[in-house]
Design a protein around this ligand. Sequence first.
Ligand code: ATP
Ligand code: MG
Length: 401
Amino acid sequence: MPGFDSFFLMNTEDVKRYAVEVLHFFDPDEETACTEIGDGNINYVFRVCSERDGRSVIVKQADRLLRSSGRPLDMYRNKIEAAILKLEGELSPGLVPEVYHYDEVMAATSMEDVSDYKNLRKELAANRVWPHLSENISSFMANTLLPTTDLVLDAEEKKRRVKFFTNPELCKITEDLVLTEPYYDYKGRNILFPGNEDFVKRFLYEDEGLHAEVASLRLNFTNNAQALLHGDLHSGSVFISEQGIKVLDPEFAFYGPMGYDIGNVIGNLFFAWANKAFTAPDAAEAMTALETCIAEVWDKTREKLEAKYDACVTLPLYRVPAFRAQYLDGIMADAAGYAGTEIIRRTVGDSKVMEVSSVTDPAQRIPMERALVKLGIALIKNRKAYRKGQELTEAFRLILA
Ligand SMILES: Nc1ncnc2c1ncn2[C@@H]1O[C@H](COP(=O)(O)OP(=O)(O)OP(=O)(O)O)[C@@H](O)[C@H]1O
Ligand SMILES: [Mg+2]
């Protein structure tokens, strides 16, 4: 049997042994069951559970090769994930799984099992309404983002963190798939729904005004080391229950513009709404709840960032009201812009969301995609104009009308 002193990709029997010998989570004679529960494209996620008393632990292991395509991907992502989960747990207690152990050799992070929380994307698809969502996700973002900036951290500590969280291979995925290819398909990877090719060509590939705005968002993503981001904050990374939320999977973390996280949350909520608007017009209650939730996420995130700012920023120069307003306005403009780029890339790019790919009837899919692309463009182009969350939801209502 291999030891755990040099890397190999574990199977369920290995993980059971790992949980005893390395994690000391179970007694050596304790019967356990282990299943691989990962449903993502990248890593392997195991759940080990005691047959004796039901205690359980999650072991997430990165491989050198991507689980889906077999392409190599830097395993340092697992170190980043463990470190940011710990930081987020300190900054926003209870909103991420607790990290029990990080193992650099095995590229494995062992953490709290949050299986009693459910995947938010699937919950929203099932028309379930979660009134506490906007409160919790806005707290998570305000608590974890602003305190990692230069406005709050000691300058040397900030630079040390920028270095540690430099994540070039995963950022490159975002730079290509989110911020380039939907507008300039230089790798030929976009997947266009038959009937929408001309629409995409005209509205995404040939609009120079749009390209200028996306160029600006792209350069902001690569250059603005503003805050430590989750980096992949879509609704499949958020798990929810009556008790609250748990945010998982921050392996794309890096120092970037905080509007990227906020925009990802908002963009993905729009998918749940759009899917219902075109496939389930009877789900009026769920749609109204989503509309309210989007507006509240925007408004509450801004309010909580303001409160955090006043509580944590001490340098008098940064406390000047005109600077504070300009800084926060900039974050929210980024949030609208990156909500737009997220909506567009998940519609025309190769990694679509379930809310789009599950719609196979052209009579629904074609107009739904067009509405989403138009919304994305409006959010990008008008991003500096929005003041209240309701203005974003109104923009989609106008497109749907
Ligand atoms: N701490 C946890 N507790 C319970 N379930 C978990 C936990 N971590 C991950 N999971 C389950 O495993 C799934 C995959 O986890 P995760 O998204 O972290 O993996 P990934 O390989 O990085 O996925 P992706 O391709 O989306 O990046 C989650 O959707 C969730 O169902
Ligand atoms: Mg992941």
